[in-house]
Design a protein around this ligand. Sequence first.
Ligand code: SAH
Ligand code: SF4
Ligand code: F3S
Length: 437
Amino acid sequence: MQSTPKTFRIKSFGCQMNVYDGERISELLTDRGLAAAPDGADADLVVLNTCHIREKAADKAYSDVGRLKRDDGSRPMIALAGCVAQAEGAEAKRRSSMIDIVVGPQSYHRLPEMIAEAAGGARPVDTDMPAISKFDALPKRGRANPSAFLTVQEGCDKFCTYCVVPYTRGAEISRPWADIVAEAHLLIDSGAREIILLGQNVNAWEYDGRGLAELIRAIVRIDGLERIRYTTSHPVNMSDSLIAAHGDVDKLMPYLHLPVQSGSDRVLNAMNRSHSVESYLRTIEKVRATRPDIAISGDFIVGFPGETEAEFEETLQIVDAVRYAAAYSFKYSPRPGTPAAMMEDQIEREVMEDRLARLHSRIATHQLAFNRSTVGLDTRILVERPGKRHGQMIGRSPWLQSVHAQTTAAPGTMIDVTMTAAGANSMAAAIRQKEAA
Ligand code: SAH
Ligand code: SF4
Ligand code: F3S
């Protein structure tokens, strides 16, 4: 049996929504009198906030659990949270006797009660998706990073045939307008200068007939906010009003993450993506007509069941057509319970690895070209954290590039810079003279 924990540590894996959930869990536990364990020190409670999107996610989570055993044979109280917890449910307790608590992404507001139950010797499991939002039961926001996440939409109704998210996060739900605006105020009052609106399909956010563009227009009016971004968007929800916002909302940053997954219509159809190559390219064209300098990023899956060499080459072609400023690419990973996992013609690992390497190098070419195209530009960066070198700070450009600069400016400051050099994954910049004087 475990005693009541006084200190905790949270490890978040996966997407930005898990990072956001990790922050909220941390605030919840702090609010209930627990303290974050100092770096390097043992914690009485460890929350593993897991991701189920790819590869052997569940196996990895169990081996992470196993590693929490201490040299003297003791262990912390262990809560398995996040998407693996949702997918495994009570099975998790059977697979590992070290797991005390299993809690899904929609029920973590119940953690304090579950911790008390675990301290009493029970092994509670909660993977409900309650109608009443967990957000109502969470404490108010605390300290915020200069760039802060704000989840506005959760879940997914799209059911792409390869994806677990509709099962682990549940149906698409939009948080109410007033709650989001109130949370944005709190984040800005706590030091945020940039807000990144999050959702699995953030551009499907809709409340009382209002869409994401209107929400963005409302949030940018809050005093103290310098920038706003949103992610991840689905191509079919890229409305004209949202595209228009990129043209006239100065604080909306010129960056759009718009996953396409494949450049082949046959594969997109088998993936149940509900957009075609042509409709995707048309959307990109419209966005660029509205905001010519916009940086486009995307996600790709290689080796979806049945993907031929010719179909893969169509993916390389769409990369060239869009000239992505950044992109993430993954080997297809069969997820238990999804339709694609049951499809014939699963692609061999060597073929997938070869395709992934070719896609990576094509993406890298365009990323470097984009970075080079910004050398010499005068722009502003939001300083976020110290860099490795003495006196160096790292911030983000409007196009979400990581930018290194020698400056004494503190995190949370906007500084005027000239971009001086481009790397594969980051930029160097110099403070513009008038600010330095
Ligand atoms: N809702 C977002 C993000 C989904 S998860 C979207 O639709 O774009 C993030 C990325 O993981 C996806 O865009 C996809 O590229 C990748 N992904 C999802 N399931 C996968 C799987 N089974 N195998 C490999 N990559 C996957
Ligand atoms: Fe997964 Fe598709 Fe939903 Fe994205 S849109 S979360 S890839 S099912
Ligand atoms: Fe992973 Fe769940 Fe996010 S599966 S990508 S943590 S929604």
